[in-house]
Design a protein around this ligand. Structure first.
Ligand code: XUL
Length: 522
């Protein structure tokens, strides 16, 4: 029997999923989350980040992530899991965030003593005490400088898979190097959150893998190596400060003596950590083209595997590396559950009444359209929020409920078509994935089969599955990705939902109308 651990170091918490692989079955052994604000209040975070005077500047203390890792490993040691059966550990982390370690940090990581807590030994490894995270939007100047140096947004997107985004690591590094040149010069290694956490486990600077490295505007999306022109446009001597990029299934080290002696773990493989979105690709079972994932959360995200890197022409979507090899496309909509809740509340409804409105109104809504930009929108880029309506009476509650859901589902289909993959199945997760009426609209609009997936912690589960896959391959007993995911990714209670073919024409026409309305409105 073999046990694999998968972490997810996300914005607000550290989550662990442990899986057991037995000769006759596979199962989840443990699922645990440590919310940072609650468990480690002395760091003063709110929702996992530090309060700041400038709302565009969003940082978190990396020492807090390290302490959470120590607490979680202590819990695993006491959980009753057969420690000696732990064969490999991997993880996922919030993407784009960067951790700046000072000269000498590598030596310190290699000399962690088992009798002292981890955080006490990390006091002076930092070249920068805080880490900017993906919510940071303070780097517009750096984005412009990098874009200009690389010949424009389209060229940057072709090279790195994305145009410049404030939260991406290259612009973050540039802003730091410009504003604090001495601290930058004192930086031995710039880690992503993923490679930083892997470094703590391995007791040595860990490499990056393409899934997370592609969120930096620094990696050549075709070769999955650093792009020299992007590095040169970002900061001096950057090549020497970045980790190498290795294939996602690489064993980057074994569990450091700190963990083995302190908690009685075996020297298990540490497999390269990835970003949370790439890891969710595995955790949701998206291991073939045509099966897309949809996360219906605060924001709505649609993503899936792409055999070849085809950057999105208008610069809205991202191409990341896929931890299964190949690439993944991702499009993010800021107005996800926020917009659905806004409509629900504006008409004084609860979710039952919202669903009832969807049942009572006709598919296609009689040609009524809404652009549900309650907040600034990422896809398409809309800086000034404002809801737009066409042939839609603002006082008609039921029609507005249908309009917001149809608008979101049509945008999801239209703005994922750039991936060049014809979706036949959507695996859906997130809060709204339990809402059958919303999923029915998704099926009819997309023409695809909709599978609500049980997995709550897709990124952490994906990490545990990646640890299993890497260990099996390294031990000469490779297991196919489809076999890896099929034991853990299961449809939830309601099962698959199928499209009604007779509605195809209605929605094809409405999507064309939405595209015209959208083009005229932003
Ligand atoms: C993706 C992104 C977020 C973070 C959240 O580009 O910024 O999804 O990865 O943790």
């Amino acid at each position: 029997m073999a046990v694999y651990l998968g972490f997810d170091s996300s914005t607000q918490s550290l989550t662990l999923v442990a899986i057991g692989i037995y000769p006759d079955h596979q199962e989840v052994l443990l699922e645990r989350s440590l919310p940072f604000d609650e468990i480690l209040p002395r760091y003063g975070t709110r929702h996992g980040v530090l309060p700041a005077a400038d709302p565009r500047s969003v940082h978190a203390p990396p020492l807090m992530w390290a302490e959470a890792l120590d607490l979680m490993m202590a819990e695993v040691a006491q959980s009753g899991i057969a420690r000696d059966d732990i064969r490999a550990i991997s993880g996922a982390a919030q993407q784009h965030g960067s951790v700046y370690l000072a000269h000498g940090a590598g030596t310190r990581l290699g000399a962690l003593k088992a009798h002292e807590p981890l955080v006490a030994q990390l006091r002076d490894v930092w070249a920068r005490a805080t880490a900017p995270v993906w919510l940071d939007s303070s780097t517009s100047e750096a984005c412009t400088a990098i874009t200009v140096a690389l010949g424009g947004a389209a060229a940057l997107s072709r090279l790195t898979g994305s145009r410049a985004f404030e939260r991406f690591t290259g612009p973050q590094i540039r802003a730091f190097a410009v504003s604090q040149p001495n601290a930058y010069a004192n930086t031995e290694r710039v880690h992503l959150v993923s490679s930083f956490m892997a470094s703590l486990l391995a007791g040595a600077h860990a490499p990056l893998e393409p899934g997370d490295a592609s969120g930096m505007n620094l990696m050549d999306i075709t070769t999955c190596g650093w792009a020299p022109d992007a590095l040169a446009a970002t900061a001096p001597s950057l090549a020497a400060k970045l980790p190498p990029i290795v294939p996602s299934w690489t064993t980057v080290g074994t569990l450091a003596p700190y963990w083995c002696q302190r908690y009685g773990f075996p020297p298990a493989r540490v497999v390269a950590w990835s970003g949370d979105n790439p890891s969710s690709l595995v955790g949701l079972g998206l291991v073939r083209e045509g099966r897309l994932g949809v996360s219906l959360g605060t924001s709505d995200t649609v993503f899936g595997l792409m055999r070849t890197a085809r950057p999105e022409p208008s610069g809205i979507g991202h191409v990341f590396g896929a931890p299964t090899g190949g690439h993944m496309g991702l499009t993010c909509f800021a107005n996800g559950s926020l917009a659905r809740e806004h409509v629900r509340d504006a008409y004084g409804l609860d979710w039952a009444a919202f669903d009832d409105a969807l049942r009572r109104t006709p598919p296609g809504n009689g040609g009524a359209l809404m652009l549900p930009w309650f907040e600034p929108e990422i896809t398409p880029a809309v800086a000034r929020p404002g809801v737009r309506r066409r042939h839609l009476d603002p006082s008609d509650a039921a029609a507005n409920v249908r309009a917001v859901v149809e608008a979101q589902m049509m945008a999801l289909v239209r703005h994922s078509s750039w991936m060049g993959v014809r979706p036949d199945t959507f695996h859906v997760t997130g809060g709204a994935a339990v809402n059958l009426e919303i999923l029915k609209v998704m099926a009819d609009v997309s023409g695809a089969q909709i599978v609500p997936v049980e997995t709550r912690n897709a990124a952490a589960l994906g990490a545990a599955l990646r640890a299993w896959h890497a260990d099996a391959a390294a031990s000469g007993q490779a297991v196919a990705w489809q076999d890896i995911v099929s034991s853990f990714v299961r449809p939830s209670g309601s099962g698959a939902i199928f499209a009604r073919p007779e509605l195809r024409r209605t929605y094809d026409e409405l999507m064309r109308a939405q595209a015209r309305f959208e083009a005229a409105s932003h």
